[in-house]
Structure formats: structure tokens, C-alpha cells
Unconditional design. Structure first.
Length: 443
């Protein structure tokens, strides 16, 4: 940075300490001031998302800032994904439009958009009103299928349906919890313009999708001034219940030819949607028996889960791409400056309720990280905590995620070895009401 070049002011929605560490890894980090915009607790784990208050607080914070606002970025799902384009309108920032963002993250609308471009990669799908007593009779998608709200994240209120009883139970639980995200999402839908080519389907609806399987992976990319760039493919490994994620691994083991087919489809989809000047990730399934590809979903943001993976392998969190776009500079990402050839995110899951009986203290967690280079640990629980009291929007319908461990290594075998060593050091035990302390098996 030259003597007359000032540091850029980058505001980060819901910035926490963990991701602040990831931001420090970006190239030329000394050229930026990173400012938290809105508290983490209000945009990630609140009891209620009050969109008008969040926008008002963000506007007030930005307007009262004594300096230039060079960019606003985020890595969380809704409402961050909607806050960014709404603030962009107010402060003339570089982000995708709200309309393009909604064409990605409204799951029913997104399927319509995908079907226009790559119909062979889209499973059968249908819209469902969970408050309609005749919803089952109106369904055209055959079992087995997945059903979830048209807007949700972290598999919140996502259910596999094999028969009528499964459907009725899924609808019962959906009616109880859908308002948490549907209410603020409906408010955002009212802010959108020029969506007339899509049917009016509000946030209190669900989408049913034919079951698809195979090798799941995620493509991370961005669009800068109309050009879509794919910079990483990450494998997603689920548990035996086929619902809960156990780990993500980077780089992918898929053949390069398959990765390029997914990349080509992604570029065509994002161009059709009109998504520009923003990061995204898109999830696919590859069936190696049929050599077929299916799109799962599009997220109009970079994945927070993958930040440490790129940090460990590429040498910097992919926040670097978001920063470049925000300040109008073509991202130079990824590089290959990381210390490790492989990286993984392991999810610490518990498949039944219980109380956290013991776990490593924050001081011991820091010591474990110091003693094990290439390891980042983030726990979501405290001693004495009831797992069913965890924020529901952070959990899938079949398990509790109590923490994550990121590991860098020089081989895939070493990933698991380091993970098991760290898991043992964390000493996570639960009181499940059966007398003895319960410890989950490692994935």
C-alpha cells in the first residue's frame, strides 16, 4: 500500500471472532479496515428476525460512520443475503440485485429458473401449501421425496417423505416452525421489483422435490461484471441417515470432466438469472452409474463453512473474492499458497437429545489449536446445555450440531487421523438420561 493510499473500509454483516480470524488471511489484509455491521446474535440466532429494524439499524450505523463506505459483504444465509442488496440500493454498493438474489434463494422460483436452462438436471418438483388440508392429494411428485420451506437454511424443516404418515408429520412440524423465516422473507418479497414472470408463492409454502442421490458436491464461485468464475469444488459427505452432513472435503475427488460439466451448467444458470457482482455457491449431485448431474440448490453468498478450507489449501479465505468484488477489483482468487493439500470440515453431531456433561474449556480449545497446526475449532455448546435448546434455525431435522472441527493435512488419510485426535482431546460427553455419560461415535 502506497503512502497516499488509504485503507478501505469493509463492513461485514454479523461478524464474529471466528470469521474475523479468517478475514485476516486474505491477501493484503493490512489494506482493509473490517467493521462489524449488526450484531451476530441479531442476524444469525435471534428468536425473531425483524427486517425493518435490522435495516434501520444498519442504515443508521452506516450513515453515522465518519469515513468512506467502500463495501459491505456477508457470509451468512438469510437475512444477510437480503440485507446486502437492500443496503446496496440505499448506498450504491456493488452487490447482486435483490431480484436476482431471490431467483436463487427462493427454492421454488430457483427450480423454475434452473428448468429453463438445464431441464435435464432438475428433479421433479412441486409447490406445497402446508396449511392446505388437501395438500397430499394435490401432490404430483412421487415418493420418496424431500420437502422443505421455499426459504430455509441448514436443512431447517427439511424432511424425507416415504409415505403419507411421513408427510403428515412433516407438515405438522412445518406449520409449527415455518413462521420464523417465512414472516421476514415475505416482507423481503414485497420489496422485490419485476418478478412478474414468476408465480406468487410466499414464504409459508414448501417445495417437494423428487429424491436424488449420488456424489454430492458444492461449486464455489462469483460473478464479476458479467463473467462467472468457478474457483473450487468441495465434496459433501452425509451420514447414514442421508440427511445430516458429516463433513466437507476440499478439493473434490470428482473427475475433472464432471467438474467442468457442472461449471458450464452453473455459468449458464447464473447468466440466465441475471446474477452479477456477487459470490455464490451451487450444489450438485453426480450419479456415477448414469453419469448424470442434478442441481440441488443455489445460495447467493459464499459459504462460511468453506472459508477455513480455502484458508488451509489456497492460503486465504474466499472472503478475498467478496472483498475484490465489493471494491470493484477483479478477484485474484484462488491462489495455491496454503500449507496443506487437503482440508475438511467435520461436523460434531448428536442424534438424540441430551445435556452437555463435559467438554474442553475455551482455554483448552485454544491450546489444542496451538498444539495442532492446521486446525480450527468452533463449539456451539457449553457445559450444562440442553441440546434441544440450541437455535432451531441452525439445526437439521434429524440431529444436533454441537460444533465443527476444520483440519488441514497432506493426505486424506491424515485428515481423519488428526480429526480423531482432536475429538478425543475435546472430551465431549453427554448426559442422555440413561445413567452413564454418552459419547458420539466419530464419522
Amino acid at each position: 500500500m502506497t503512502g497516499d493510499e488509504r485503507r478501505k473500509n469493509i463492513f461485514v454483516i454479523g461478524l464474529d471472532k471466528f470469521h474475523e480470524r479468517q478475514l485476516e488471511s486474505v491477501q493484503h489484509a493490512e489494506r482493509y479496515h473490517f467493521h462489524p455491521l449488526l450484531p451476530y446474535e441479531e442476524v444469525v440466532t435471534p428468536d425473531r428476525y425483524d427486517m425493518q429494524r435490522l435495516i434501520g439499524d444498519a442504515v443508521q450505523q452506516l450513515e453515522s460512520f465518519d469515513g468512506a463506505i467502500d463495501g459491505v459483504i456477508g457470509h451468512w444465509d438469510f437475512p444477510t443475503t437480503s440485507l446486502l442488496p437492500i443496503l446496496s440500493r440505499r448506498f450504491d454498493l456493488r452487490t447482486p440485485t435483490l431480484e436476482a438474489t431471490l431467483r436463487c434463494e427462493h427454492k421454488y422460483w430457483s427450480r423454475i429458473e434452473q428448468a429453463r436452462v438445464v431441464p435435464e438436471m432438475v428433479p421433479a418438483f412441486d409447490v406445497v401449501d402446508p396449511f392446505d388440508d388437501d395438500a397430499w392429494e394435490k401432490l404430483e411428485v412421487q415418493t420418496p421425496f424431500w420437502i422443505k420451506p421455499v426459504k430455509a437454511f441448514s436443512s431447517y424443516l427439511g424432511f424425507r417423505v416415504d409415505d403419507h404418515d411421513d408427510f403428515e408429520e412433516a407438515m405438522r412440524r412445518t406449520r409449527q416452525g415455518i413462521g420464523l423465516i417465512a414472516e421476514p422473507f415475505d416482507w423481503v418479497l414485497e420489496e422485490a421489483r419485476d418478478m412478474g414472470d414468476l408465480p406468487h408463492v410466499g414464504g409459508r409454502h414448501c417445495i417437494a422435490e423428487a429424491f436424488i442421490g449420488g456424489h454430492q458436491c458444492t461449486l464455489e464461485g462469483y460473478v464479476f461484471e458479467g463473467e462467472a468464475i468457478i474457483y473450487g469444488v468441495i465434496d459433501s459427505i452425509r451420514g447414514s441417515n442421508c440427511s445430516s452432513f458429516l463433513r466437507y472435503e476440499y478439493p473434490s475427488e470428482l473427475p475433472k470432466e464432471v467438474q467442468e460439466r457442472m461449471s458450464d451448467a452453473t455459468r449458464r444458470i447464473m447468466r440466465s438469472i441475471g446474477y452479477d457482482n456477487g459470490c455464490f455457491n451451487i450444489e450438485f449431485y453426480y450419479d456415477d452409474e448414469t453419469d448424470g448431474l442434478k442441481v440441488l440448490e443455489i445460495n447467493p453468498r459464499l459459504s462460511k463453512s468453506h472459508c477455513p478450507l480455502f484458508h488451509l489449501v489456497a492460503g486465504a479465505s474466499h472472503h478475498e473474492a467478496a472483498i475484490g468484488i465489493a471494491i470493484g477489483r477483479p478477484p485474484e482468487f484462488p491462489r495455491h499458497d496454503g500449507e496443506y493439500r487437503h482440508a475438511a470440515k467435520f461436523m460434531l453431531r448428536r442424534f438424540e437429545d441430551g445435556i452437555v456433561q463435559s467438554l474442553a474449556s475455551p482455554e483448552k480449545v485454544e491450546r489444542i489449536e496451538r498444539d495442532h497446526p492446521g486446525v480450527f475449532i468452533k463449539l456451539a455448546v457449553e457445559q450444562g446445555q440442553q441440546l434441544s435448546d440450541l437455535p432451531p434455525q441452525d439445526q437439521d431435522s434429524y440431529s444436533y450440531e454441537v460444533g465443527v472441527i476444520f483440519v488441514g493435512s497432506h493426505s486424506r488419510e491424515e485428515l481423519r487421523e488428526k480429526y480423531l485426535e482432536i475429538l478425543d482431546a475435546l472430551h465431549l460427553e453427554y448426559d442422555d438420561g440413561k445413567g452413564d455419560a454418552a459419547v458420539d461415535a466419530a464419522p
